[in-house]
Design a protein around this ligand. Structure first.
Ligand code: AMW
Length: 148
């Protein structure tokens, strides 16, 4: 069964973890290798709308997923980020936590990752020709699913 991610319908084949109240999916336009997303199952738009048990499940899931993607993608640090509202760069109207494995020298200036997060899915950037193939996303999801 497909899962809703804001305005998108997400195939189960690109989802690699489902908990009681959250799910994790691979990204169609990752900023770095291993850039994945964790969302509440309920399509709440803003972080403030989440119930305490949803916040708890979401961040417990983030912690598990973050450890796995850091290891799997050979990172040595992580950027964990929420763009909460359009002025903060949110384009999908469904709370989601970005998890990005980081390593030395991945950006010329370390905080440039935040510029990239702002820009990578803006109009003009987020076009089908720049998305990963479904096959690539499914292969990545399958290899991450094995950790859970
Ligand atoms: W936001 O700018 O709303 O904080 O981030 C939305 C994220 O969701 C981006 O990283 C974007 O690449 C990703 N994304 C959007 N639609 C899909 C989709 N259908 N499948 C996977 N990732 C998606």
């Amino acid at each position: 069964m497909s899962l809703r991610f804001g305005q998108h319908l997400i195939k189960p084949t690109v989802v690699f973890l489902k908990s009681e109240l959250s799910f994790a999916l691979v990204n169609r336009k990752p900023v770095v290798p291993g850039h994945v997303l964790v969302c509440p199952l309920r399509p709440a738009e803003r972080f403030r709308e989440l119930r305490p048990e949803e916040v708890s499940d979401l961040f417990n899931t983030v912690q598990k997923v973050a450890s796995v993607v850091e290891k799997h993608f050979g990172g040595t640090s992580l950027t964990i980020s929420v763009q909460d509202g359009p002025e903060a760069g949110q384009t999908v109207q469904h709370v989601h936590v970005h998890i990005l494995p980081r390593r030395t020298g991945d950006f010329e200036r370390n905080d440039k990752v935040y510029d990239e997060l702002q820009d990578h899915d803006k109009e003009g950037q987020d076009i089908p020709g720049r998305w990963r193939s479904e096959e690539e996303m499914e292969t990545e999801a399958a290899s991450l699913r094995k950790y859970f």
